[in-house]
Design a protein around this ligand. Structure first.
Ligand code: NAD
Length: 347
C-alpha cells in the first residue's frame, strides 16, 4: 500500500531541530529506582508490575490539584486504562470528551462516570481511530465546537496478532497506534496552541524498548508479521513523535509527554496476549495504577515544566536501553516526512 500511495506535498518539519535526545530531557530520573528500571532487565521489568507501582508511590510527595474547567479530550476511554483515566479525570473535575468507537459503550461509560463522580461535564464523540476519515471528522467536530482543548490524551491503542489492512488500506497496527495518533494530533495542534499551558499525553509502552523504528517498513510488510513487534515499533514511533512535537510546539506553550502505564490487567492485554496474561496476572497492575501517570501528567505542575520525556510512575525514563534500538536524526526526519506524506495524500 505504502508504495502505491501518492506521497503528496511533504511539509517541512518547520523549525524543529531533530537533535539527538538531549541528556537532560530524555534520560531517566536520577534515582536508583529509575536506574534499575532502565538498566537491569529482570528487576527493571518487575518495576512494570504492580510492585513497581507500590514501590514508586512511596516517593511521591507533590500535592495534586484539580482540573476544574480544563477541557480534556481522551481517546479510548471506554475500557481498561482509558476508562480508569476517564474516571480519575472526572473526579478531578475535568470537562471530559471521550473519543470512542462504540456508541452504546460510550453512553454507558458516560453515564457511569457521571453517576460515580457527580461530574456532569462528560461527553463523547464517535470515531474509529484506525480510520483517517473518521479522525478527520472527529477533529473537525472538536475544532468546530466552541470548547477549547487544554489536554489531548492519545490513549486508544491495540496489539493485533494478525496482519490486516483497514478499509482505507493501511496496516491496522500502524493505522491505530501510529498514523492515527499522528493525524489526530496534527489536526488538533492549532486548537491546543490557543489554550495556555496545553498538554499532549501519548500512551506508549515499555514494549517499545525491544524495537528500533523501521521507517522503511512502517506497515509491517517486509517481514513475517509479528504483532508484538509491529506494536512495539508503532509505540517507538509515538515516543519519537513526542520528542519532535515537544521541540516544534514549545513555542506555542504546548508540553508533550509520552508515558508507559506498566503491565496492566485490561481487556486489551487479555485479548492480545492471553498466555502472558495468564502467566503474570498476579503481577499486573490495576487499570487505576496504569492510569495514574496519565492523570498526573495532565495535572502536575512539575510535568508542566518539562516536555518531550517518557514517563513511568511519575518519573522520567530513558527511551533507549538496548543497543541498536536508537534512531538516528535521519530516521527521525524520515519518519516525520513519511507520516506527513501519507496524511497529505489523504482524500
Ligand atoms: P483496552 O483494549 O482495554 O482499551 C483500549 C481502548 O482503546 C478501548 O476503549 C478501545 O475501544 C479503544 N480503541 C482501540 N482501538 C480503537 C480504534 N480503532 N478506534 C477507537 N477506539 C479504539 O486496552 P488497554 O490495555 O487499556 O490499552 C490502553 C493503552 O495503553 C493502549 O494504547 C495500549 O497500547 C497501552 N498499553 C497498555 C498496556 C497494558 O499492560 N495493558 C501496557 C502498555 C501500553
Amino acid at each position: 500500500m505504502e508504495n502505491h500511495r501518492k506521497t503528496g506535498s511533504v511539509h517541512d518539519a518547520g523549525n524543529t531541530k531533530y537533535a539527538a535526545p538531549r541528556k537532560k530531557d530524555s534520560g531517566s530520573g536520577a534515582g536508583w529506582l529509575d536506574y534499575l528500571a532502565d538498566h537491569a532487565i529482570v528487576p527493571g521489568m518487575l518495576l512494570f508490575s504492580r510492585f513497581g507501582y507500590d514501590l514508586s508511590r512511596r516517593f511521591w510527595t507533590e500535592p495534586i490539584g484539580t482540573l476544574y474547567g480544563r477541557n480534556v479530550v481522551l481517546t479510548g476511554g471506554t475500557s481498561g486504562i482509558g476508562k480508569a483515566a476517564a474516571l480519575m479525570l472526572a473526579e478531578k473535575k475535568a470537562f471530559l470528551t471521550i473519543v470512542a468507537r462504540n456508541e452504546k459503550k460510550a453512553q454507558q461509560v458516560q453515564q457511569e462516570i457521571m453517576e460515580k463522580t457527580g461530574n456532569p461535564h462528560v461527553d463523547y464523540l464517535l470515531a474509529d481511530l484506525s480510520l483517517m476519515q473518521d479522525i478527520k471528522q472527529v477533529a473537525k467536530q472538536l475544532r468546530d465546537s466552541k470548547k477549547s482543548i487544554d489536554i489531548l490524551i492519545n490513549n486508544a491503542g491495540a496489539l493485533f496478532n494478525e496482519r490486516k489492512e483497514t478499509s482505507e488500506g493501511f496496516e491496522q497496527t500502524f493505522a491505530t497506534d501510529l498514523l492515527g495518533v499522528f493525524y489526530l494530533t496534527e489536526l488538533l495542534k492549532k486548537t491546543l496552541a490557543r489554550s495556555p499551558g496545553a498538554r499532549i499525553i501519548n500512551v506508549a509502552s515499555g514494549g517499545m524498548y525491544t524495537q528500533k523504528i523501521a521507517v522503511h517498513d512502517l506497515e509491517n510488510k517486509q517481514e513475517l508479521y509479528n504483532g508484538s513487534k509491529a506494536y512495539a515499533r508503532a509505540k517507538r514511533g509515538v515516543v519519537m513523535l513526542t520528542r519532535i512535537w515537544a521541540d516544534q510546539l514549545h513555542k506555542d506553550g504546548i508540553r508533550v509527554h509520552a508515558m508507559h502505564p506498566g503491565w496492566v490487567d485490561t481487556p486489551g492485554i487479555k485479548r492480545a496476549l492471553p498466555e502472558f496474561h495468564a502467566l503474570v496476572n498476579k503481577l499486573l497492575r490495576t487499570p487505576d495504577q496504569g492510569a495514574d501517570t496519565i492523570v498526573w501528567l495532565a495535572l502536575s505542575k512539575k510535568a508542566g515544566q518539562s516536555t518531550g520525556r517518557f514517563w513511568l510512575d511519575r518519573r522520567p525514563h530513558e527511551t533507549v536501553v538496548f543497543p541498536g534500538t536508537a534512531a538516528s536524526d535521519k530516521e527521525r526526519q524520515a519518519l516525520w516526512h513519511k507520516l506527513q506524506g501519507l496524511i497529505s495524500s489523504l482524500p
